[in-house]
Design a protein around this ligand. Structure first.
Ligand code: FES
Length: 142
């Protein structure tokens, strides 16, 4: 696909975000910001068994960060929570689809994934410290 098509997809997610809002009975709620610009993302997830049965995000920021969060919620809903650990930077950047993103824009694109992985690690650590320890290296690589 051309960069123009990807730009349209990003703008569509930015203007019509999927799964945006609060999730009052969330099992996981995590917040973080991009230290370069101060833009923020909150990710809320409802977990049943090992599955993410609902996910919402809140945030303010650039089109790439908000569209990336919207796309990420669609990737994970109704999937096992531990699948989040297998989502790589490259998966997000492929979804965003823009080639030639500079390092600052890459941080924008990865903000939601960073927040989601932080939430997953903290949730798993509260239930099983050993399993969470093995995920920490993956999280630190973001
Ligand atoms: Fe702040 Fe993109 S400019 S997250």
């Amino acid at each position: 696909m051309s960069d123009d098509i990807y730009r349209e997809i990003i703008l569509d997610h930015y203007r019509n975000p999927r799964n945006k809002g609060k999730l009052p009975d969330a099992d996981i709620s995590t917040h973080d910001s991009n230290p370069l610009c101060g833009d923020e993302i909150d990710i809320h997830m409802k977990i049943f068994g090992d599955k993410i049965t609902d996910v919402k995000f809140e945030g303010r920021g650039c089109a790439i960060s908000q569209a990336s969060a919207s796309m990420l919620t669609e990737m994970v809903i109704n999937k096992p929570l531990t699948n989040v650990k297998d989502i790589a930077k490259t998966d997000i950047l492929e979804n965003i689809g823009l080639t030639n993103l500079g390092p600052a824009r890459v941080k924008c694109a990865l903000l939601a994934l960073k927040v989601m992985k932080l939430g997953m690690v903290n949730y798993l650590a509260s239930r099983d410290p050993d399993s969470a320890r093995t995920l920490e290296d993956d999280f630190k690589s973001l």
